[in-house]
Write a protein that binds this ligand. Structure first.
Ligand code: CA2
Length: 145
């Protein structure tokens, strides 16, 4: 089973600023923890980050036939991107929306996720654990296919 982890804009800054919201781990730290758990679950993962909406769209399109699930932290594009939503809907690869912070407990503009309706589910608010929960969910989604 192959799972693609995609991370959107500014997540490359994790661990440097706003630790009170997003925690002290860098994205590389989170990747290492996801990788460790993936080995235990017998899953193969690929982990990517981009600040560009079009690059994220291209990666989602290319996931068809190559990955069994996508875990997507679209960051700010969560709240704005019809392009990401259309790409997720078009490829039909089960996609799990993930967030470090609880988007529903923050500013009003973060409450709305444009991608949620085309995702299998949303995991939000558990810090780096959100990624580990999303990994487990991806494996479950594929095992119950
Ligand atoms: O909680 C999440 O995971 C978010 O997807 C993070 C996004 C935010 O726009 C979403 O509403 C919720 C922001 C990622 C930016 O991360 C930074 C990390 C350190 C310093 C500055 C930004």
């Amino acid at each position: 089973m192959k799972i693609l982890f995609l991370n959107g804009p500014n997540l490359n800054l994790l661990g440097q600023r706003q630790a009170e919201i997003y925690g002290r781990d860098t994205l590389a730290d989170i990747e290492a923890q996801v990788r460790h758990r993936a080995v235990q679950l017998g899953a193969e993962i690929e982990f990517r980050q981009s600040n560009l909406e079009g690059e994220l769209v291209a990666w989602i399109q290319q996931a068809k036939g190559r990955f069994d699930a996508i875990v997507l932290n679209a960051a700010a594009y969560t709240h704005t991107s019809i392009a990401l939503r259309d790409a997720i809907a078009a490829v039909g690869v089960p996609t799990i929306e993930v967030h470090l912070s609880n988007i529903h407990a923050r500013e009003d503009f973060r409450h709305k996720s444009l991608i949620a309706p085309v995702c299998r589910g949303q995991i939000t608010g558990f810090g780096k654990k959100s990624y580990l929960l999303a990994l487990e969910a991806s494996v479950d989604v594929n095992e119950s296919k």
